[in-house]
Design a protein around this ligand. Sequence first.
Ligand SMILES: [Zn+2]
Length: 74
Amino acid sequence: MSKIEWQLPQNEDRHFDRMIHHNSKLHAFVDGESLCGKYGISPNYYETTDVTEEEIMKNKELACKKCLSKLNVV
Ligand SMILES: [Zn+2]
C-alpha cells in the first residue's frame, strides 16, 4: 500500500509559516492525489507537513472529512 501523506493545500496569497490555518483542512494524499479527489500535489502550493496519522486521529477536525471517510476512520 502506498504511503499516505497529510498535506495542507496552500492558498497562493497566504503564507502559513508552519502553522495550520484553522480554515484549512489537511488532506490525505496517496500517489500525488488527495483521497477526496479534490487536489493533486503541486509542490509550489502545498505546505509540506510532518503531521502523522496518529496526530490526525487525535485531531480529526484538522482533516478533510472526505479523506477521513476514505480511510474508514470517521
Ligand atoms: Zn480531502
